[in-house]
Design a protein around this ligand. Sequence first.
Ligand code: ADQ
Length: 478
Amino acid sequence: MPTDTSSPAASLRRPLVVVANRLPVKQTERGWEAAAGGLVTALRPVIEETGGAWVGWDDAGESVPRRVDGLPADLHAVTLTPEEVAGHYHGFSNRTLWPLFHDLVVQPVIDRSWWHTYEDVNRRFADTVAKVVGDHDEPPVLWVQDYHLLPLPEMLRRVSPASPIGFFLHIPFPPPELVARLPWRDQLLHGMLAADSIGFHTTRYRDNFVRTVQQLFSGVTSLGDTLALPDGRHVRAVAHPISIDADEFAQLATDPETERDLAELREQFAGRRVFLGVDRLDYTKGIRHRLQSIELMLEENPDLRREVAFVQIAVPSRDDVQEYQELRTEVETEVGRINGRFTEPGHDVPVHYLYRGVPRHHLAAYYRLADVMCITPLKDGMNLVAKEFVTVQAAAGEAGVLLLSEFTGAAQEFEPDAVRCNPFDIEGTSHLMRSALTLEHDDRRERIGRMAESVRSCDVFRWVADELADIERGHAGP
Ligand code: ADQ
């Protein structure tokens, strides 16, 4: 349920078309189902009220059904060839834009042929949206998601000139000097600027965008949340932090299945304090640095070797991409080294490593079990795991500690209740891990409570409502 009593659709009188890289569906043994996720949950009441559609790539192409249970939108698959997926998704999106927008934590690959495929694929998305627009009597709101589709708003402006168009970036927007390196920076920025409203997770990313546009293009002025462009158009550039369905996670916290899983985990880890990491296996998440901090903590504190356990749950991700295959090898080597060094005969290993996705109630049980949740990305747009953790902990009356990298979007919201760390500082982070164990119970519980309250009051329903309101506002003009 939305925390705001007014419906997110209140400001929206037109149908809504969401355009994202993927369709939010999956094929299971039981047939086609809606994929779980905050965005889908939050959009459900909006689309139920206004009607609408979702456009995205799916391997199944034409055989994706028009409707699936639990998702009131018409589904329109964009079909891509293996070459297009290689150039657009694995190439330009994930080996050029992803590392560049995450402050070069690995070196981006610049490949002209990927850029051409990226543009072509964006045109394919625009063609599919054109057909969907044609199905509606009035121009729908077009809401484009993320870095795979940066040039799309400009293409959609030609396809449906009277539509309100929004764009939301789920990853950080880097400082101007990094964007300036991209040979195709002008095309990408013009693509985004054709939207009526451009959303970012934080004011810092929004300000980076505004500074970039002002440094690279002359005659752009910024007035509050609005950019005035030399051609007379106005565009909103806004900060709307994405969030989770807080009620859903609060309920999950004490679900009987979660309780059952938790009882088993408590037995398995009896007598030990648990450090937890939950991430996609991605080099931006700082998993290697985190393991090195754990290693240093165990090295410097022999007394802790039998008293703590570190559980790392890493969901496989982008495993067709070379950098991700290398990361997996490095992480697994690191885990092996730490366990080789510190496992004592007759005792359990210090590091438990699960390379898989886990069901939601199992994840909630781990969130409840954790004494210290280690969220240490080198760069992260927001980080929803942090919001899930504090929500589950507070709902179940737990008193864990959130150790949170200052380079996440979530750090802006959770100051000063999270223990803030610089993940590049291995020694500093290892000391913070150690001292997190000494925080007073009441202090920990109050901090978790305040962070959970901030998630509840700013949940994913609020995010959708704020985004849609700004798209309408941007379309209406100053
Ligand atoms: P991600 O990089 O995928 O998202 P995050 O926001 O943390 O990162 O979301 C991950 C989601 O996957 C969470 O809902 C989490 O529960 C789930 N998950 C992670 N590991 C899992 C596991 N082992 N098993 C099961 N589920 C697991 C991108 C950006 C983020 C931004 C989001 C939303 O990189 O910065 O917060 O989009 O905008």
